[in-house]
Design a protein around this ligand. Structure first.
Ligand code: NAG
Length: 316
């Protein structure tokens, strides 16, 4: 009898806690240790797939290298990008090349997926894979490896852009911006710049950051991670800076911290319509004529943007 009463009391406590928490068990999911907002980055990850001839010594070095972080399983996004804005090509007389960045697949079918990636890499020659577990929380590792890969493989290129796989990129507009005489060739980073981004203290926010990790109320200025452009002298400088700053899991804010360390501020694009995040309405023909990078809500929207941007923009 006493056991039954104890069980009932325990059950009641669970039910009360559940409803006090707004019908979820979220509180239990919260990592208790501020250390979990850092990223373990021991700097000894290796590249396990790197069959690309992008930036090969023999060939002409590209003007612009597009780096697309993508989840290992997201073959669909890679294939669409290969068929649309990521086609390796000459744009306004300049060589532009695209590379996909991956970590290790996780989960039950990880081994099978790794086999498929090996085949895809041999066929497409545009994958760069490193041996850390690919996950949202590990994106900072991916960015740091991207910088390392650029430094060691692509130092002779002029510019690079990191662009997420769910973005539409207007490559000619980007090349036009980079060829503009007023665009700096060194110490240059642009994108959608957050000049004053508060450090979020609500533990239930996706971007929560405890005071023990970042005491300041605001992050240093940084370009939003969906797509940022930099001159090729920056990867080496940022990598060096990163050895002085413990990495946090928010990769773009972390790059902002590294930028601050080397005393360089990001630059606003010359036109506010060039980098757009979550537009209220899908972009029309004339907006697509001025945009460089915009988030998309689906693969079909990305393809539509691509097709529309290929059509004549004459009457905009
Ligand atoms: C990040 O990658 C490392 C190395 O593979 C791994 O030990 C760790 O569990 C990963 N973290 C997350 C959150 O996936």
């Amino acid at each position: 009898m006493r056991k039954i009463v104890l069980c009932l009391i325990a059950l009641l406590v669970f039910v009360v806690v559940y409803f006090v928490n707004g019908g979820t068990w979220r509180r239990a999911d919260l990592p208790a240790d501020p250390g979990s907002y850092y990223v373990a980055y021991p700097r000894n990850y290796k590249f396990i797939l790197d069959d690309t001839d992008v930036c090969d010594e023999q060939a002409t070095s590209p003007f612009l290298v597009l780096l697309v972080p993508v989840a290992p399983a997201n073959r669909e996004a890679r294939d669409i990008i290969r068929k649309t804005w990521g086609k390796q090509s000459v744009v306004l007389g300049k060589l532009v090349q695209t590379v996909f960045l991956l970590g290790l697949p996780t989960g039950a079918d990880a081994q099978q997926l790794q086999g498929k990636l090996r085949v895809e890499s041999q066929l497409q020659r545009d994958l760069v894979q490193s041996d850390f577990q690919d996950s949202y929380h590990n994106l900072t590792i991916k960015t740091m490896l991207m910088l390392r890969w650029l430094c060691s493989r692509c130092a002779s290129a002029s510019y690079t852009m990191k662009i997420d796989s769910d973005m539409f990129l207007n490559v000619p507009n980007l090349v036009r911006l980079l060829l503009d005489p007023s665009t700096p060739r060194h110490n240059y980073m642009t994108g959608l710049v957050w000049w004053k981004s508060p450090v979020l203290r609500d533990p239930y926010n996706k971007f929560y950051m405890p005071r023990e990790v970042i005491a300041e109320a605001e992050y240093p200025p940084y370009a939003l991670g969906m797509g940022y452009v930099m001159s090729l002298d920056l990867p080496g400088k940022l990598l060096e800076a990163s050895t002085h700053i413990r990495p946090i899991y928010i990769e773009d804010a972390y790059l902002g911290m590294c930028m601050k360390h080397i005393g360089i501020r990001p630059t606003n694009p010359p036109d506010q319509r060039m980098f757009i995040v979550n537009p209220m309405f899908p972009l029309g023909r004339c907006s697509l004529a001025t945009v460089i990078a915009v988030t998309t809500t689906s693969i079909s929207q990305m393809v539509n943007y691509w097709i529309t941007s290929q059509e004549s923009q004459g009457d905009c």
